[in-house]
Design a protein around this ligand. Structure first.
Ligand code: 5GP
Ligand code: ZN
Length: 142
């Protein structure tokens, strides 16, 4: 529990929320300012700021909840699809510094955009630059 974190306070029951799912590690509740009916946030109960801060076992539980909840949320509001995403870090638009996955139901002709629309102007990367980026990532992960 981090005292000044709004989502920790929801986990603790200090701030009310429309909880739609709970287990030992994960809480899911409706977003207070929804982008669509059924807009749901899925969080680890423990406080971590970003995805990378979360231990793997916690990340697995959050993803399992997203996996199980997403079709249920879609069916509950009769959605045609959904965007499932994390704003990861302030530069990416994360306002609440407690990691949370958004499930945003989508409807045919709702006027919204795909996730490709979230970034700024597209970079013009050469084949060599793409190779270097791929090498750097794979060197750090393998
Ligand atoms: P972020 O920009 O950090 O990815 O999104 C934060 C989300 O949390 C926003 O969609 C916002 O509407 C939602 N939110 C902020 N404060 C509260 C709250 O007190 N209760 C609930 N249920 N949602 C909140
Ligand atoms: Zn928190």
């Amino acid at each position: 529990m981090t005292e000044d974190c709004i989502f920790c306070r929801i986990v603790d029951g200090e701030i009310p929320a429309r909880v739609v799912y709970e287990d030992d590690d994960v809480l899911a509740f409706l977003d207070a300012n929804p982008l669509a009916p059924g807009h749901t946030l899925v969080i680890p109960k423990d406080h971590y700021e970003t995805l990378g801060d979360m231990p793997t076992d916690q990340a697995e539980r959050v993803f399992a909840a997203l996996h199980d909840l997403t079709p249920v949320v879609e069916e509950s509001v009769d959605a045609d699809g959904s965007n499932v995403a994390f704003n990861n870090g302030a530069a990416a638009g994360q306002e609440v510094p407690h990691v949370h996955g958004h499930v945003i139901p989508r409807f045919e002709d709702d006027g919204g955009n795909p996730i490709h629309a979230v970034a700024g102007s597209r970079p013009d990367l050469s084949e060599d630059e793409l190779d270097d980026i791929a090498d750097d990532i794979s060197a750090a992960t393998n």
